[in-house]
Design a protein around this ligand. Structure first.
Ligand SMILES: [Zn+2]
Length: 246
């Protein structure tokens, strides 16, 4: 099983120790500091694979400086598998222009270095799509997909290597079950978004990568397939998306 999106850096109070029953965990980068820590974590544990990126809540006026710093990390560290999470979040008081700039620059980095792109989009699905549509040869994932059935086709049209990330809220939101039924099986990856979005039966506690198994279990029920078959399909997707060839 592969958890394709988790935050395990110190500011998210990661518990140390081995992660049981999980083959790989992709560490989403949400700030420059987190990105550096992701790289270090990945060097010390072969299950962990590093992403580097700036979350839309972390954008600043120093666009060029921030992007150059990420660019340097990508040059200097061959173990990075993804750029992101990056994208748009239209929730609090936010500077849309800055978010767009950071998003576009990070899309360009993912293409320049041929890394998977991890996209975060909250209350901004249409604008997110409009920006992504401007690019070709994208390989990436819309993380914690919340765009509804009607936008699935538009994301699928972005590229043949575009994936949908589904989280632990699948265990308690019936609307998401419908989405999973609707998605092509070869485009689905699963993610905990630890320490957030804890699935049933641990809802209310802090989430951890081990709990990815409850999301696999739920998908196997929805698909009417064995856990083993479900795991094979989904892990194959994640390996293609992040080019995991070990
Ligand atoms: Zn995240």
């Amino acid at each position: 099983m592969i958890d394709t999106h988790a935050h395990l850096t110190s500011r998210f109070n990661r518990e140390t120790g081995d992660i049981d029953g999980v083959d790989y965990v992709i560490l989403a980068g949400s700030s420059f500091v987190d990105s550096i820590e992701n790289i270090k974590l990945a060097k010390n544990d072969k299950k962990l694979l590093a992403g580097v990126g700036i979350h839309p809540q972390e954008v600043s006026k120093e666009v060029d400086e921030a992007i150059n710093n990420l660019d340097k990390l990508l040059i200097e560290n061959k173990n990075i598998v993804a750029v992101g999470e990056c994208g748009l979040e239209y929730v609090d008081q936010i500077d849309k222009d800055l978010q767009v700039k950071f998003f576009e620059k990070q899309i360009e980095l993912s293409l320049k270095y041929d890394k998977a792109l991890i996209v975060h989009s909250r209350k901004a699905t249409d604008d997110t799509l409009e920006i992504l549509k401007k690019y070709q040869n994208l390989r990436g994932v819309i993380h914690c997909y919340s765009g509804g059935k009607k936008r699935i086709d538009q994301f699928l049209k972005l590229s043949r290597e575009w994936y949908f990330g589904i989280d632990g809220n699948l265990t308690y939101e019936s609307g998401l079950e419908e989405i999973v039924k609707f998605l092509p099986q070869d485009r689905l990856v699963l993610e905990t978004d630890s320490p957030f979005l804890t699935p049933i039966p641990h809802r209310g506690e802090k989430n951890r990568p081990e709990y990815i198994r409850y999301i696999y279990q739920k998908v196997s029920e929805i698909w009417g397939k064995s856990i083993k078959d479900t795991e094979n399909i989904i892990d194959d997707n994640a390996k293609k998306l992040f080019r995991i060839i070990r």
